[in-house]
Write a protein that binds this ligand. Structure first.
Ligand code: FCB
Length: 478
């Protein structure tokens, strides 16, 4: 349920709180053939007919590769003090193995220097879904070697940028890489093989662990290593034991499969049971869990909307949707006995219900799950059908209300004892929203795709004011 729009007392954050925005390489950079970059799985997938809305792709995206200086200046003008972006693996190590390409590393070095110069703290994500195509051709994430390749790449980037970037994130949302990429196939590389998706999940976990060690060896000890999970808040439709069991199963497949080995050094036994007809997990080798279970300095949480589930034979009327795109193949291997339901309340342009209580619940869960580990909200935001007024301004009061509600939930969690150190709005500017192409606008800054001109929406100005003052400004009437 939405937070009250105008709280009685001002919502104020600790002085050191990071007020950031997030992006990812393939969604904004463009310049896909420059500087020796080779195709990633997203280049291939988006150029495959029928895979993205309107056949759209990231060839140009929002041309950030050429406009990064202006984009950084824009962030500084808005008042942001942090920026999370990702490195395109195939820009710095085109074949996914072997020596790095200096031009690629130099681009990121220039970007980081520009940020530091403007007092904006960079947070680097090493992998936001754009595997070099050559590695997919060699088997992709279901192949164990990809984890070793990722560790090598992490070392290269850590050596190149570790002197100036303190905040590191190995993987973004490995759930999406594994299950949207290899089970439902709505994301690159578009495979629909449930057994391969679970194998991919394990190798992503291994990649995270090996990369964490590689980064630590390559960088100054002061740097922080984390990963970003899109941990789901899974709610059962009722307290009926069958619905509770359905929620537990999805919790294992969404959350336990990653935080189990990463935070606790073990997969949940119930996950093995749920997937025993699909895979025998024999690719989990001796020593893997130790390699995966590396101490972390922080945890990144990405949150958009909760999930509502029931046992499949619980005959509820109403639309069924898990919010992860349409495919005849499920992204939930072993969960054919679970049904997903539309969550109540107002929705964004993605059809995702707006529910800040889910963010509070998520933060409190990880406060218990990983005591003492600082948390960052590494993504949160909303898509709306924004359009400029005749005067050229873009008013998006719905997004302001969304941000206010979710930031207030973060603040409430801090009051309840959670150690949340920062918030990165998704996204700095409108961009290529994966299978949805350019249709869904998540930006705080509007991008005119004909001219690529950037115009801060009213939410960007509102958020900038929050960042400068540390207090949430009032929410305008929608
Ligand atoms: C997250 C992704 C990000 C963007 C948002 C809307 O799952 O990490 O790239 O697509 O959703």
């Amino acid at each position: 349920m939405p937070e009250p729009a105008t709280p009685a007392t001002p919502v104020t954050f600790p002085p050191a709180f990071l007020w950031g925005a997030a992006t990812s390489a393939y969604q904004i950079e463009g310049a896909v053939r420059e500087g020796g970059r080779t195709p990633s799985i997203w280049d291939t997938f988006s150029h495959t007919p029928g895979k993205t809305a309107g056949g759209e792709h990231g060839d140009i995206a929002v041309d950030h590769y050429h406009r990064y200086r202006d984009d950084v200046a824009m962030m500084a003008d808005l008042g942001l003090n942090a920026y999370r972006f990702s490195i395109s693996w195939s820009r710095v190590q085109p074949t996914g193995r072997g020596p790095a390409v200096q031009v690629g590393l130099d681009f990121y070095r220039r970007l980081v220097d520009e940020l530091l110069d403007k007092g904006i703290k960079p947070a680097v994500t090493l992998y936001h879904w754009d595997l070099p195509q050559e590695l997919e051709d060699a088997g992709g994430w279901p192949e164990r070697d990809t984890a070793y390749r990722f560790a090598e790449y992490a070392q290269i980037v850590g050596e190149a940028l570790g002197d100036r970037v303190e905040q590191w994130i190995t993987l973004n949302e490995p759930w999406c890489s594994a299950f949207l990429g290899y089970a439902s196939g709505v994301h690159a590389p578009g495979r629909t093989d449930p057994a391969a998706s679970l194998k991919a999940a394990h190798h992503l976990n291994l990649a995270h662990g090996l990369a964490t060690s590689a980064l630590r060896a390559a960088m100054p000890a002061r740097n922080s290593v984390a990963l970003s999970l899109n941990s789901s808040v899974v709610r059962p439709v009722s307290q009926d034991p069958a619905d509770l069991a359905a929620a537990r199963k999805i919790d294992d497949l969404a959350n336990g499969v990653f935080h189990g080995p990463i935070l606790h050094g073990a997969y949940p036994e119930s996950l093995f049971a749920a997937t025993e007809l699909i895979t025998d997990w024999s690719y989990v080798e001796d020593g893997d869990l130790r390699a995966i279970n590396q101490p972390l300095d922080a945890l990144g949480l990405n949150y958009y909307t909760p999930a509502l589930v029931s046992a499949a034979d619980n005959d509820l009327s109403g639309p069924r949707a898990d919010g992860h795109g349409s495919s005849e193949f499920s992204p939930w291997p072993g969960a054919d006995d679970v049904a997903f339901h539309q969550t109540p309340g107002e929705r964004t342009e993605m059809g995702w219900s707006i529910d800040p209580t889910g963010l509070h619940e998520l933060i409190m869960r990880y406060t218990r799950e990983a005591p003492g580990l600082p948390l960052y909200i590494t993504e949160n935001g909303a898509a709306y059908d924004d359009k400029p007024d005749p005067d050229g301004r873009v008013h998006d009061p719905e997004r302001i209300s969304y941000l206010h509600g979710h930031l207030a939930a973060v603040r409430r969690a801090v009051s309840d004892g959670a150690d949340v150190r920062g918030y990165y709005l998704w996204s700095l500017m409108d961009n290529f929203e994966w299978a949805y192409g350019y249709e869904k606008r998540f930006g705080a800054v509007y991008v005119d795709y004909a001219t690529l001109a950037r115009t801060p929406k009213s939410s960007a100005l509102w958020y900038g004011q929050a960042a400068r003052s540390g207090t949430l400004p009032p929410v305008p009437e929608v």
